[in-house]
Design a protein around this ligand. Structure first.
Ligand code: GDP
Ligand code: MG
Length: 470
């Protein structure tokens, strides 16, 4: 590889040590085949990271060595003449049965690829490990050792580090199942140290990966904005032949109204998942304490959204008081981290349910019959709960390692004590209140004028979410 070429790295190591997992997390793509059964990869698989259709960096996921000790012997016997060592080996062994994997994995090295050697640092080092590392040293390509510990046991870590120092130009601890975006970038950055000539190409790849990330964040913020807009004006209506059917359809309509709001949210979440190339993850069926809860569940409303004090301050601006005295709604009750839900009664409990302020309306229509409609949701807390849930989901997704095999998203904080919106400054809250009002009252011009400011609030919050989960 020279300065102008695309950086190519062969991922080498024993079967089942997490090679494919490292590639998956590094490239941010969960479609790479990760298998609990050793030896599933029998051919090299090239995984490219592209920007604008152009390959910026490429990883070659290889099968493990089959005959490391035999190969080492051959390399030691032949390394006095270093010229074309790998190609001479390939010529000699290409058609020898039982050496298919060895030849396959050495091929990219013959073409000058860098090496990322992956080992599970939680197991002891064996003789074959030493043979493999020694082969790579004799081949002489720039190489980095990555310790991907599959369990937390630290017993063998120091031994691995010591051996890695002898055989590799750099060592990196990387947990393929836990690494977040920053860890990914750090690993790529440290690849620069193994061969100076690759710096410009690697720099370019890294800066593209970062700007791609910025794009994902921006599009997520836009999606969240759009979801807020849709949800705040969402209504559900039905035509009725006569007034007497009102009671009959009321409940059905209410259910449909809530379902509609849920599905607006669900679609946005799916799009954020796709944005981050998490194709196997399903948030819907998660067991996360908060996100698995429904948009209208009691628990959600106890934890997310603004605090009682913040809500009281904003409620007048949000028009929440119409018809109900605010002092009645909020009097004496702390909405911070909520008291036991049993303590919240009457009007306040109704407010918290999230649907109470979506009024049911019955309207006679000119051609005969009636239209019964529900919505939009006027609950002052509703937009904040909605936003909080989106922020938390983003936090899960944006930092989730693509190698993780379980389908459950999880929250890094064991329990969420507060929603992210409640952490906003007064200024930010009031920008948001302005946006909510502009959406609800259909004032497009006002909304457009607030759009840039609010988008920035959303973006900043997403950045905080990314950083606070590490
Ligand atoms: N707990 C844990 N499991 C891992 C880690 N890396 C890989 N695995 C698991 O180890 C198995 C083999 O991983 P894979 O990436 O296919 O290994 P490869 O054969 O070297 O490509 C899979 O079941 C992975 O989910 C890790 O960092 N932690
Ligand atoms: Mg593999």
């Amino acid at each position: 590889m020279n300065e102008t070429e695309i950086p190519v790295f062969a991922i080498i190591g024993h079967p089942n040590e997490g090679k494919s997992s490292v590639v998956s997390t590094l490239t941010g793509d969960d479609r790479i085949s990760i298998s609990p059964t050793p030896g599933e990869t029998i051919r090299n698989e090239r995984i490219s990271w592209k920007a604008h259709g152009k390959i910026m960096i490429q990883f070659v996921d290889t099968p493990g060595f089959q005959n490391p000790k035999r190969i080492l012997k051959w390399f030691e016997e032949n390394s006095d003449d270093h010229e074309g060592l790998v190609s001479r080996f390939l010529k000699e062994f290409s058609y020898v049965p039982g050496f298919e994997h060895d030849c396959e994995l050495l091929k990219p090295l013959g073409e000058g690829a860098g090496v990322i050697f992956v080992a599970d640092g939680s197991r002891p080092i064996g003789k074959t490990d030493l043979a493999e590392m020694e082969i790579l040293r004799l081949v002489g390509n720039p190489r980095m050792g990555v310790i991907n510990s599959k369990s937390e046991r630290p017993d063998h870590l120091e031994n691995w580090k010591r051996e890695f120092r002898k055989h590799f130009n750099a060592t990196f601890l990387f947990d393929a199942c836990k690494a977040n975006f920053r860890n990914r970038i750090e690993l790529l950055e440290s690849l620069k140290s193994i061969e100076q000539n690759w710096n410009p190409a690697l720099e370019k790849a890294i800066s593209q990966i970062i700007s791609d990330r910025d794009g994902k964040r921006r599009r997520s913020a836009d999606l969240i904005f759009e979801t807020l807009e849709k949800s705040l004006v969402y209504k559900k209506s039905r035509l009725l032949a006569d007034e007497s059917k009102t009671e009959f359809v009321k409940e059905e309509l209410e259910t449909a109204f809530r379902e509609g709001l849920r599905s607006i949210e669900e679609r946005a979440w799916d799009r954020i998942l796709r944005e981050f190339s998490h194709t196997r993850l399903q948030v819907k069926v998660s067991h996360d304490p908060i996100l698995a809860e429904d948009l209208f569940s009691e628990q959600t409303w106890q934890v997310l959204g603004l605090t009682g004090k913040q809500l009281t301050l904003s409620a007048a601006a949000l028009g929440a008081g119409a018809g109900v005295g605010l002092d009645v709604l909020f009097g004496g009750i702390s909405f911070g981290v909520f008291t036991a839900s049993g303590a919240i009664t009457g009007a306040v409990a109704a407010l918290l349910k999230g649907r109470s302020l979506a009024k049911l309306k019955l309207k006679r229509i000119p051609l005969g019959g009636y239209e019964i409609s529900i919505g939009p949701n006027q609950n002052p807390q509703f937009p904040f709960v909605l936003l909080d849930r989106a922020f938390l989901l983003y936090q899960l997704i944006a930092n989730r390692a693509h190698a993780r095999q379980d389908k459950e998203p999880d929250l890094t904080d064991e329990a969420i004590k507060m929603g992210p919106c409640s952490q906003w400054s007064k200024e930010r809250r009031s920008i948001c209140v302005g946006v909510i009002n502009a959406i609800k009252s259909g004032k497009r011009k006002k909304l457009d004028s607030l759009r840039p400011e609010f988008s920035q609030v959303l973006l900043d919050t997403l950045i905080v979410m990314e950083e606070s989960s590490t």
